[in-house]
Design a binder for this molecule. Sequence first.
Ligand code: PLP
Length: 249
Amino acid sequence: VISISAGNHAQGVAFAARVLGIRATVVMPQTASPTKVEATRDYGAEVILHGDVAAAFQKLRQLEKERSLHFVHPFDDPKVVSGQATLGMELVEDLPDLDAVVAGIGGGGLISGVAWAVKELRPVARVFGVEPEGADTMFRSRKEGKPVHLEHTNTIADGLAAPFAGELNYRLVERYVDGLYRVSDDEILAAMKLLLERCKTVAEAAGAAGLAALVAGKLPLPPGSRVCCVISGGNVGAGQLASLLRPSA
Ligand SMILES: Cc1ncc(COP(=O)(O)O)c(C=O)c1O
């Protein structure tokens, strides 16, 4: 199999391939976090670092053809979305009186699965998606009325820097997601710091985006709402975390 990822889906694919005894190749942008690259290699996958996210997608398509590999899409795939939906199912099971769920958006796999499950099981709950200002593909897609591609993305939240919104993900977001919001990198950093200091939780930037929108007061939620922020990842190296959170940074 072959896939592409900033590093988290990569680890999932590498791990699953190892369990199944098959070979996995993952293309990642050259800027991929060393922690994620190392973990993916440790799970046994071949990692190819290539260009920026857009160039990495081209490389993936080339290798898929040349080596006749099966592409496991990081978000635009019904099975990936169904897997993400299990998170929504568990949330409603654990928190039956939930008022709202907030999650970050890259290509839209996570939010489309979570929103689908939550809205089907608890239609009164509201679902909000959050993107970095420098990678707001779904926000722009909703505005344009179709999934859009971005030429460049620019954010510290590498996990949310997909250069396009998935077709299936876009359709599900249009159907199930109540609002799309954008946060700055500074707002994301503030949420990472809050999680670290107050919750003793290490989140990577992509994982803290939902909380960033909440604490920045961007979400239309009445006081007292029972809100679940999905902290979707914590793959950040100690050195990277220290330099991100250093006061002068
Ligand atoms: C930490 C983290 N959060 C959220 C996402 C959401 O991704 P997507 O919208 O592409 O499913 C990703 C994707 O890689 C991620 O790494």
